[in-house]
Unconditional design. Structure first.
Length: 109
C-alpha cells in the first residue's frame, strides 16, 4: 500500500515537471511571435508554477490525511483482532488439510 502511495506522488511530480516544461515552451513561442514580452512570460510562468505548487501541496496534504485515516482505522484493535482470528482459522484449516492428506500407516496384523 505504501508503495502505491509513493508511485502516486512520484507520478504527480513527474506530471508537474512535464506541465512546467510545456508551459515554458508555450510562453517562449508567444515571446517569439511577439504576442507577449519576455518579462510578461516570466511573470506568467512564475504565477502558473506557484498555482501548480499550491495545488500539489493541497493534494499531497489530502492524500496524507487519507493515509493516516486508513492506518488509524486498522490499528484500532478491532481490525487487528479480526485479522488474527482469520489467521488462526486459516492455520487450523491448513493443519486439518495436511492431516487429511498424510497417509496413515496401519500396522499389519
Amino acid at each position: 500500500m505504501i508503495e502505491t502511495f509513493k508511485k502516486t506522488i512520484l507520478a504527480g511530480l513527474g506530471a508537474a515537471v512535464v506541465t512546467k516544461d510545456k508551459v515554458q515552451e508555450g510562453l517562449e513561442d508567444f515571446v517569439k511571435q511577439g504576442k507577449i514580452t519576455a518579462a510578461d512570460a516570466g511573470a506568467m510562468a512564475e504565477k502558473i508554477a506557484a498555482e501548480g505548487r499550491k495545488e500539489f501541496d493541497k493534494a499531497s496534504a489530502k492524500l496524507g490525511e487519507k493515509v493516516r485515516e486508513v492506518v488509524s482505522s486498522y490499528s484500532d484493535g478491532k481490525h487487528l483482532a479480526r485479522i488474527q482470528e482469520l489467521e488462526a482459522r486459516i492455520a487450523a484449516l491448513e493443519h486439518k488439510h495436511k492431516s487429511a492428506a498424510t497417509p496413515k500407516h496401519r500396522p499389519k496384523s
